[in-house]
Design a protein around this ligand. Sequence first.
Ligand code: DOR
Ligand code: ZN
Length: 428
Amino acid sequence: MSVLIKGARPYGEDVADILLQDGRIAAIGDSLSVPGADVVDAAGLVALPGLVDLHTHLREPGREDAETVETGSRAAALGGYTAVHAMANTDPVADTAGVVEQVWRLGQEAGLVDVVPVGAVTVGLAGERLAELGAMADSAARVRVFSDDGHCVADPALMRRALEYVKALDGVVAQHAEEPRLTVGAQMHEGDRSARLGLTGWPAAAEEAIIARDVLLAGHVGARLHVCHVSTAGSVEILRWAKSRGVQVTAEVTPHHLLLTDECAEGYDPLFKVNPPLRTDADVEALRAGLAEGVIDAVATDHAPHAVEDKETEWASARPGMLGLEQALSVVVATMVDTGLLDWRGVADRMSARPAAIGRLDGHGRALAPGEPANLLLLDPGTRAVVDPAALASRSRNSPYAGRELPGRVVATFLRGVPTVLDGKATR
Ligand code: DOR
Ligand code: ZN
């Protein structure tokens, strides 16, 4: 199968045609013509490497009413993703080779993105005993990222042991940094606003204390640490310090933490309840700057679908989490590109190359160049549209961007040369 993409702008730069053949980029050049190829008109569209998400909740097995591997994969493809890491907090928890292989196989069957399972660090996410990390790494799913996300690996001795194990596996511990003793009952960012709204606060120090501890442990062990959904200015400072000392630490920020603040809690709409919580304007500014600088390596969605009965309740009983896959690139365009903080090569680095490298993925995160796997997307950067939750491919509706106008529309996505999205619609 051959696809000839006509008139795209790779990385937003000079116009070129891109030929996809046998799953690879066969050529990039002027006025290519190939008899029999399917032609895609890409005039005015930016071509970028397929996006890679380090942090997606697909909810299968266990909560197929909120999302399945297939519906989440479709949402991902529509967002321009060609690979997503599926978080381990499913039911049963992905803490054995059997469960990670099941998730991996479901991803292969859906065939829309490469679904890369994350393995739990501890059995049942209980934070007491290490899970079978080696067996998950050796399984067909080839797990390299281990996380108890949703829960912090709070016990420092256990965290140290986990770092020692993943070092031997060329893996990484992705920590949900939240000191649980400081966030008992927490509902939103701790500050003036939480006091006024009467909601229990989640202090920035609960995140920063764990990151500070863990970069010291990672440095001591000589292992790789990844910090999930960094949300505070102080966390960026600690990461900058750790990187300057040579600690092998990487970090991600979510689209929602780049765009939204705790002001969203004013209406007590649980759509805006998320963990870690939305923070202040100063935090948003520091996160954007940290991502531009590269202290924060990646944008990761923390796509967290929830069923209506878990989300449309009073604030205190609602589950934390928000959808992200379908709007992530648009939010990055709004917060990082349109503001001049990142160019398109920077977007490709933070949303594709670096997350692929952190996850040790082969075949993703590569440059748009002849010979490389044909994983790429076409974006119309000029279109602005109002987000309609009813139109999302996700099985859930908890988008914090509902009713908001955002720039950029993913027109097409290709996985190994095969279109998963064309004309803005999923092909399967
Ligand atoms: O808001 C969140 N939702 N944060 C997490 O850490 C977990 C996630 C979920 O699984 O819903
Ligand atoms: Zn988390």
